[in-house]
Design a binder for this molecule. Sequence first.
Ligand code: CP3
Length: 345
Amino acid sequence: MIPNDLFLKACRKERTERTPVWLMRQAGRYLPSYRILREKAGSFLKLCKTPELSAEATLQPVREIGFDAAIIFSDILLPLEAMGIPLSFEEGEGPRLEPVREEKDIERLSIPDPEEALPFLMKSISLVRSELNGSVPLIGFAGAPFTLACYAIEGGSSKDHRKTLRLLYSEPGLFDSLLDKITAATIPYLRAQVRAGADAIQLFESWGGILNSRTYRQFALPCVRRIFSSLKDEGVPMIFYLNGSSHLLREMAASGADVLSIDGRLPLGEAFQRTSGEFALQGNLEPSALFAPADFLRKEAASIVSGAPRRGHVFNLGHGVLPGTPVDSVKLLVDSVREFSRSET
Ligand code: CP3
């Protein structure tokens, strides 16, 4: 098998013959083969925790769509469960966690040994690595601490995050102690993924954009910096995804990441200029564009490719693939990115 290292090269800002492409949430319900596998597993958590099945879910999009990177099939909330927060996924309702809001809830949380608490994940990573046999790189991931704190405090998804913000404003010390514990758990968790075979890591800061830059800098950024500076010695590319990044680019640039993953609202050319071309950039098609007619989708893809830096661009969405996305549109997108980026070099 000829190794495809376009993704790793682009992360390192090296020249590539074309732009590599993978999509956040590339595994999941939009793929018929995933729905069959999920049915077989019985539940989403069972799927995540059975190495053979989660390895299969990781490989499906790589095989069927032909992405240039795989991302290990898991969820950002699993480490919270390993810390002692009961987690469930109710059918059609999203995640549910036992809320963490008081000092005693935070004190009770443990900082687990990832090999002991999440052995299935490390097993799945090594299975995927051997199946891929070097054909494409594998990405490991974790949620960024502020985003995980949002889920822990709200007890699940939330529209306005009022409980999170109330705790942050009224008991900043307590909020910090929660972030601190999550950060301490995240560092060995990501390190274990790299040791098991992940070729790159990504932090998902899905809710960072709800904070203004001063508050982000005060509470959330120090955790992200601590994670990236601790893991730098592993020598793998480190990607920082921040949803709602337009007002937080300076904070992203100060995170210690190698690659900044930008949401769909900010043109990549502008992100490039505002960060002085220092970083590789990942992104940033709006996920909803995959529901648009083919010619619109192709135009959007072309404009992102031509507006991105020539070196150091990993094509991705600005957020995850939405359920119900037509598989043919995803295929068309991948083909279009290849076509446009090849003709530009
Ligand atoms: O393909 C991949 O990207 C790898 C797997 C992956 C999943 N979740 C699988 C999943 C990754 C990287 C994630 C990250 C994740 N999980 C994030 C960050 C990215 C983002 O979307 O902002 C967040 C916030 C979560 C938390 C989460 N997991 C929610 C809110 C939900 C319910 C909503 C939904 O999309 O269903 C999940 C469930 C989830 N995680 C599914 C999958 C495939 C769907 C489960 C199913 O019904 O089969």
